[in-house]
Design a protein around this ligand. Structure first.
Ligand SMILES: Cc1cc2nc3c(=O)[nH]c(=O)nc-3n(C[C@H](O)[C@H](O)[C@H](O)COP(=O)(O)OP(=O)(O)OC[C@H]3O[C@@H](n4cnc5c(N)ncnc54)[C@H](O)[C@@H]3O)c2cc1C
Length: 459
């Protein structure tokens, strides 16, 4: 029997007010944060519960209609927006905002997928707990999107990325079935870990509707300093020293002069140092008790550091962090940049960067900054915006090929999305990709969940 138009079915499930089909109502859901990925949705639906989300997915599966899950739409690889065909339904999770009670003895909480990172941490503050993950898009990025991308951020050095912080997930699979494993048991050896599988699946296996999260004690005391270096190599040696001296080291973010200058100029900020330096490492220690004395001792013992600016109050801390966190926005304004979020072993970063610059074509500028302890480099190539697609593909292949030759990963924390799927084979073997396809077919038999994302085309 003909199930009837998908649009009518979706309106019946979520109500007229939450089934958006007018172009101006859909517009904000059809373009990503970078502005580089644009598409067209058949309709945007905003379910208010797991049951509604399940009914939406089942209705799409029955009709073979593609579905794109979207949280805060801050992803940087084009996975959160539909393609240009106008076939796909966007399912926004922003109304899934239930917050459960804080399990104090277990240090866990269950929250709806649409809760933002900032909203979660504000809720946790009176309980003196936090998620242990932080990133500059905190005001918009949702817990569901962070799970779906296995988000990293600035505290991975201390608390790991999202997969380590998740103890259970509830999700709607590609046929509409709901899997819910939210007891949060640390000891639970009962078969496949679907939560871990859904973490990092980028909306290709199901829609995550709720997440059980492991929390960490809130770092009430934080000490922050910007250190200046003669180059990347001495800075990496300095980081090794800092890691030994400061077990509570929470962030080690690097920048280089051209990026810092871009941020200083664009936002009219003042340089924390009287002179420019080639490289900078922003370090932060977070603890329940004042870590100032051990921090000062570690900094004083640092070899090769040229200058240090310590933040003595909250405003000074924000000023130092602004230098790092405004990089993404400043580069977008100067761009559009070609973005590569990659990992290489920290010791290999200087050689890798030298070789990347040598590989790039004339007329381009390569900016880079990142999470030094994780070996996570955010490369942003400016000056390629108007090149033909074939040339851009060739540049991607050269940069990502170099990452693979250094034993790195072509996606450190943003995922594969649409941007990198043809290069997945550089980081994953043919056998792994074939296992991925088998999992995809098993959990999404109609192939409706975010087609065109993560898995490369066959052939
Ligand atoms: C300024 C800035 C700084 C950033 N810094 C970092 C950083 O330091 N570390 C880092 O890891 N990322 C960073 N990001 C990228 C981004 O914030 C993360 O990828 C984040 O996890 C995306 O969350 P979101 O809710 O916006 O997801 P979206 O952008 O909406 O979606 C991202 C992907 O997840 C899927 N998805 C979303 N919600 C769900 C769901 N409920 N169920 C199933 N699939 C879903 C989408 O289909 C898409 O494939 C940054 C982004 C910006 C703009």
């Amino acid at each position: 029997m003909d199930p009837g138009p998908i649009e009518d079915a979706l309106v019946r499930i979520v109500g007229r007010a939450h089934a958006l089909d007018a172009p101006d109502h859909r517009a904000g859901y059809e373009v990503d944060w970078t502005g580089q990925f644009r598409g067209q949705a058949r309709m945007v639906v905003r379910p208010a519960s797991t049951a509604e989300a399940s009914a939406c997915v089942a209705a799409c599966a029955r009709r073979g209609v593609p579905l794109v899950a979207q949280g805060g739409n801050t992803g940087l690889v084009g996975g959160s927006v539909p393609d240009g065909t106008g076939d796909a339904v966007v399912l926004s999770t922003r109304r899934l905002t239930d917050i459960g009670t804080v399990d104090q003895p277990g240090a866990q909480i269950t929250v709806g997928a649409g809760v933002t990172l900032q909203g979660l941490n504000e809720h946790l503050r009176p309980h003196r707990l936090e998620l242990g993950i932080d990133l500059a898009a905190r005001g918009s990025a949702t817990v569901g999107g962070m799970a779906a991308t296995n988000a990293g951020g600035i505290h991975v050095i201390k608390h790991g990325s999202m997969r380590r912080r998740i103890s259970g997930i509830e999700a709607v699979l590609g046929d509409g079935a709901v899997v819910s494993h939210l007891a949060g048991l640390d000891k639970d050896n009962t078969g496949y870990d679907l939560s871990s599988l859904l973490c990092g699946s980028e909306g290709t296996l199901g829609v995550i509707t709720a997440v059980r999260l492991r929390l960490v004690p809130m770092a009430v005391e934080r000490v922050t300093a910007l250190t200046a270096w003669a180059g990347m190599r001495p800075m990496i040696e300095g980081l090794a020293q800092l890691r030994r001296a400061l077990p509570a080291l929470e962030a080690a973010e690097y920048m280089v002069r051209p990026g810092v200058e871009l941020v200083l100029d664009r936002y009219q900020l003042s340089d924390p140092f009287p002179a420019p330096y080639p490289a900078y490492l922003l370090i932060e220690v977070g603890a329940e008790h004042d870590p100032t004395s051990e921090f000062a001792t570690a900094i004083a013992a640092l070899e090769g550091v040229r200058d240090v600016a310590v933040a003595l109050d909250g405003q000074a801390r924000e000023r130092l962090w602004a230098l790092r966190e405004l990089h993404t926005e400043a580069l977008s304004a100067a761009g559009p940049p070609r973005k590569y979020d990659v990992t290489v072993p920290p010791v290999s970063i200087p050689d890798f960067l030298d070789q990347v610059v040598a590989e790039l074509v004339a007329g381009t500028t390569c900016h880079h900054f990142g999470h030094l302890a994780d070996g996570n480099v955010h490369l942003n190539v400016l000056g390629v915006g108007d090149r033909p697609d074939a040339e851009l593909d060739e540049i991607d292949g050269r940069v990502l090929g170099l990452v693979a030759r250094h034993g790195g990963s072509i996606s450190a924390e943003h995922g594969i999305g649409r941007a990198k799927r043809r290069w997945l084979g550089l980081s994953r073997s043919a056998a792994e990709i074939s296992a991925f396809r088998a999992i995809k077919t098993g959990l999404d038999p109609a192939g409706i969940m975010n087609p065109g994302v993560l898995l490369p085309d066959l052939g």
